[in-house]
Write a protein that binds this ligand. Structure first.
Ligand code: FAD
Ligand code: 3HM
Length: 358
């Protein structure tokens, strides 16, 4: 049993950032309440790629082993233009894994409950104050030593305080779905175990990111410009997508059956500061980014973990500890954000070999 430190944290949002922050704080002796405005804990989106940073966080908080059997390491990350291979990357042994968001979320929820985090659903945080309070939709005001705004890109914690920020929206968006692998129907070869990023530019821009998550489930992201009404339609327009990517017909047919999908645009928000007094922002509330480098959740989990460790080691002057932590973490997150925005803007991802060891 961890020794308690007598400190209280209120965490807004049970996404990947909030679950990691809450679990780490509780494991370090904090009394933690995690507020989720939804009626259950559940991730948005479909599948996900994680790299070394977030995999290390999962190990550190004890969520890795239960997640592992539900994940996959595809042999290659392949990029094709008009179905011609541009690159086949194996990252020289650098750890990476694919999985469904559901599996990741469940492993994180299990770790949070084991750590003793109090999880409240149907509990929306409507405002926070740098002195260390949160106000709930019910009108209840709660006081804490630390308030964590992990409430995503539309963060109430952030906007009720008025953090200075610049926001931009991307020209493309995506419909993300989980479908059966259909490996045999696709032709059965080993290539269908790869992540394959299929880019078509002619006669229109339509991209399919094909991500096997385990033996049974395939994550597909169907990316089309926001201005392409047919390409961004939900349920997906089978004729349009199958004409562009005929070799993917079996999985596109499955995708077209899903009625409750969503087409989402991408946003980038760069904040002047990530904390104010006793309030700190982690994840998309602080640094939403384009998905090109697949590091939005990675940096969210990394920053949630390092923040929770920093405030646990040194909590005499929390605002100063939070500022010092931000100085440490900002550079890499800012670079991920900027690079991802550039890849999304230029579509240079299509040339392949985009993931460097850095
Ligand atoms: P969210 O996931 O948005 O979670 C916020 C939570 O807070 C939600 O549960 C929400 O219901 C809750 N909430 C919101 N407001 C309140 C409130 N006021 N009170 C209480 N609860 C509240 N990242 C990767 O690392 N790898 C990838 O492969 C990857 N692929 C991506 C592909 C696409 C197409 C996109 C768009 C993003 C991708 N990302 C990826 C980024 C990743 O999805 C996000 O960065 C990550 O989910 C952010 O986590 P979060 O916990 O900060 O926010
Ligand atoms: C995993 C992943 N997700 C999204 C993108 C993108 O939008 O460019 C790239 C990825 O490798």
């Amino acid at each position: 049993m961890t020794e308690r430190n007598g400190l209280k944290a209120e965490v807004a949002g049970a996404g990947f950032a909030g679950l990691v922050a809450a679990t780490t704080l509780a494991q370090q002796g904090w009394d933690v309440t995690l507020h989720e405005r939804g009626e259950e804990l559940r991730p948005l989106g479909a599948g996900i790629v994680l790299w070394n940073n977030s995999l290390e966080v999962l190990k550190a908080i004890g969520a890795y082993d239960s997640l592992l059997p539900h994940t996959m390491v595809p042999p290659f990350y392949e990029t094709r233009i008009h179905n011609e291979t541009m690159s086949l990357e194996d990252f020289d042994g650098l750890p990476w894994r694919t999985m469904t968001r559901k599996a990741l979320h469940e492993a994180l929820e299990e770790a949070a409950r084991k750590a003793g985090v109090e999880i409240l659903v149907n509990s929306e945080v409507v405002a926070a104050d740098p002195s260390g309070t949160v106000t709930l939709a019910s009108g209840e005001v709660r006081r804490a030593d630390l308030v964590v705004g992990a409430d995503g890109v539309t963060s109430n914690v952030r906007d009720s305080i008025g953090f200075e920020q610049e926001r931009s929206r991307s020209k493309d968006g995506v419909t993300r779905l989980i479908v059966p692998r259909c490996k045999e129907e696709l032709g059965g070869g080993d290539e269908w175990d790869n992540v394959i990023d299929f880019w078509n530019f002619e006669p229109r821009v339509l991209r399919v990111l094909y991500v096997p998550c385990n033996d049974d489930e395939l994550y597909i992201a169907l990316m089309a410009p926001i201005e392409d009404k047919e390409g961004s339609a939900v349920p997906i327009n089978y004729e349009v997508w199958a004409e562009s990517h005929p070799y993917l017909a079996p999985v596109l047919r499955e995708a077209a059956k899903i009625e409750n999908g969503r087409y989402d645009g991408y946003q980038t928000n760069v904040l002047k500061n990530w904390s104010n007094g006793k309030v700190v922002l982690v994840g998309d509330s602080a640094h939403a980014m384009c998905p090109a480098l697949a590091q939005g959740a990675g940096t969210a989990m990394q920053n949630a973990y390092t923040m929770a460790m920093a405030v646990s080691k040194s909590h005499e002057d929390l605002p100063a500890t939070l500022q010092a932590w931000e100085t440490e973490e900002r550079e890499i997150t800012d670079r991920c954000q900027a690079k991802s925005a550039w890849y999304a803007e230029t579509r240079n991802m299509s040339k392949g070999n985009q993931f460097t060891p850095e």
